[in-house]
Design a protein around this ligand. Sequence first.
Ligand code: PEP
Ligand code: MN
Length: 360
Amino acid sequence: MNIENIAPLFGLEASDTPLVLAGPCSAESLEQTLATARGLARAGITIFRAGVWKPRTKPGGFEGIGSPALAWLAKVKEATGMATVTEVANGRHLAEAVASGVDGIWIGARTSANPFAVQEIADAIAALPEDVRGRLTVLVKNPVNPDIELWIGALERIAGAGIRRLGAVHRGFSSYGKSIYRNPPLWRIPIELHRRLPSLPLICDPSHIGGSRELIAPLSQQALDMGFDGLIIESHCSPECALSDAAQQVTPAELAEILEGLQKPSTPAEGGENLEQLRREIDSIDDELIELLERRMRVSREIGRYKHTHRMPVVQPGRYRALMESRVEAAAALGLAPEFIRTVLAAIHEESVRQQLGLR
Ligand code: PEP
Ligand code: MN
């Protein structure tokens, strides 16, 4: 199925300034929801986000207020005139959220990884009256795992249900091990999504990528430099007291400052050929290489400790030869020059040996 006839999100006419959605991770109380919304409205934000049903990785976290909080979003709209958007994870959520008058919904990363859940939401959308469906904006976050086909599949299910105000949200991808990011951005994936679906609006969620308020500004700038159409940023009237994602939320005034500091690219980046985009892609791959090398050295030091305890020599020529041969063969199958891969592996091996010797 093709994703075509895309209409502007929230019915807004195309503009040079990026779309900004902001609001708390979770609607916690009427007071917190309204205070945050009023602050954001003063900062010029026109689209308010807030989670009502919160999928938490582990039980025991704040799982959201649920249905009663939908009335608070309606109050936000009444008091500030902002458009509202919340997360839905099943057909019942979708029907309740739409009945409460939200302007849009987003499908979270844990849900977009599950085709059964996405189809259930799509079916609930298809059951809406045509005029309601026509006004509804649906944003599909990338699945937690870096699977672009799964992301596109979720978008296709929603487009297939008759949604035209459709957009994608890049919120980074789960990873194992240490990283400066909560969810490493792997920019090449949203870049590839844009290459394949050039008319689909693409929004960046620096809050969930970075996981800390300090990373919001640099990640937002990177997204704008790459031609993203908008940003969705978590903002809370008292971030330190937030019941979920406290470390990554900023006050409405801090958000205004961040947005003020961003440089809007004068000409929007176009397609995959853009030099700036390709450079960001290289930056992202280099970040991954550095993280992988750090992980490899950690394992190598562990092997070093084992060898030391068992009185084994640090360098074992048989193992080194076998390793070199298998890697050169694998690399050649991908079209990499054997000489190049030998040079890289020799440098890595040399550093491993240096580190293992340092343990003695
Ligand atoms: C959120 O936006 O609050 C959220 C839960 O995001 P994600 O699905 O990206 O983790
Ligand atoms: Mn959150």
